[in-house]
Design a protein around this ligand. Sequence first.
Ligand code: GLY
Ligand code: MN
Length: 472
Amino acid sequence: MSTSDSDTIADTPATAEPQENANRKQPFPKGFLDTISTGWAERPDAAPVERAQASFAAARRRAVSAAFPGRRLVIPAGSLKQRSNDTDYPFRAHSAFAHLTGWGSDAVPDSVLVFDPFDDGHTATVYLRERADRTTAEFYADATVGEFWIGPRPALAGVAADLGIATAHLADFAPAPGDVVLDADADLTRYVSELRLVKDAYEIEQMRQAVAVTARGFDDIVADLPRIAQTPRGERAVEGIFHHRARVEGNGEGYDTIAASGPHACYLHWTRNDGPVVAGDLILIDAGAEVDSLYTADITRTLPVSGTFTPTQRKIYEAVREAADAAFAAARPGVTFRSVHEAAMRVIAARVAEWGLLPVTAEEALDADNGGQHRRYMVHGTSHHLGIDVHDCAQARREMYYDGILEAGMVFTIEPGLYFQIDDLTVPEEFRGIGVRIEDDILMTADGPENLSAGIPRTADEVEAWIARLTA
Ligand code: GLY
Ligand code: MN
């Protein structure tokens, strides 16, 4: 990063008292101040083209308006978050803000969506920090928001045209007593989370794109497996290869990539990714590209590094695949979300019982009150909603989520696994250090489930053929 005068303002007198963190500041000389604001061409106005998502976001706002009559609603996009000292994490708008405005990766930090009661509904306005005039110190001297430092912000009219929503200066937004504020108000937070349970046509199309980018990212990894296996920190290479694809074709990843080779695969959210990728082991890769609208895929494949599963690896892999297929077969409109998990668990319990791993029968393990012995080998759930958040709709009530009913338009994962920790004395030695997860992204339709990620090889045979084809 270049040297920064981040909190310097242009007219700070050179003789000002020394301030904290002023050790790198240089006063701007008079000649600079006299000339910096002039000599710039006029900026063309943004072409008024409404984005495809605008009408969908408007329909979502109408639903919110109808649910909170007469209340003033405030949905902040959120602010930059400090990483360290004067470096911040990349900005990512609050998912509810993105959902209700249609403003994705180019949203301006600190923007606020406000619903003001009007007649029997609301008017909606996005307040944002409009680009600063070039006569301001911010233009050249503010490393956090200044145009010279981070590039121009959009004009109010351009944002209004893009999103099909009224815009106003952030300075004109004033919080008021009685405001219903997202994340501070439980009812609003729950409502906007449940509003995302069923996806509209725009969202489904974005999910398809996110899955397509992710599929290409997995292809990139498979094609590079031989090189990855030669790299001391091969897991980092996997992460980097996926990041390249996600970043080039989208906004980035919807969550930190899990590149878990050998026994690391048994750590469900292994994101340290600092291990080698060793021939003979499996590597579990759980990754999802987030497209510019912020919708993300969430896909896991488990690959034999050498290109071929050992008999034990294959046996475990195919048991997980069987559990995933059973979950898929159970999923249809009108059944509970929970029943998809239960279908996967029946297979997992049956297989681990058959392998002699349980102190009880499969049936006893499946008993809701006294069972669960099989869950030692798969402690996580089989499914979660997926969308603009990887774990979407997280503030939805249990009766709408785990105990809720599957409907057309819902998008969720199916991701059973089996994980035999390296030091688990309850399993045969040859099982220890093997972790397998297979995760697909499912769209429920009126006719049943569609596997959006079906194009990425899934069965043990398909996976071996995939590696052979791309590494030939
Ligand atoms: N992709 C990680 C998870 O679903 O928890
Ligand atoms: Mn997942």
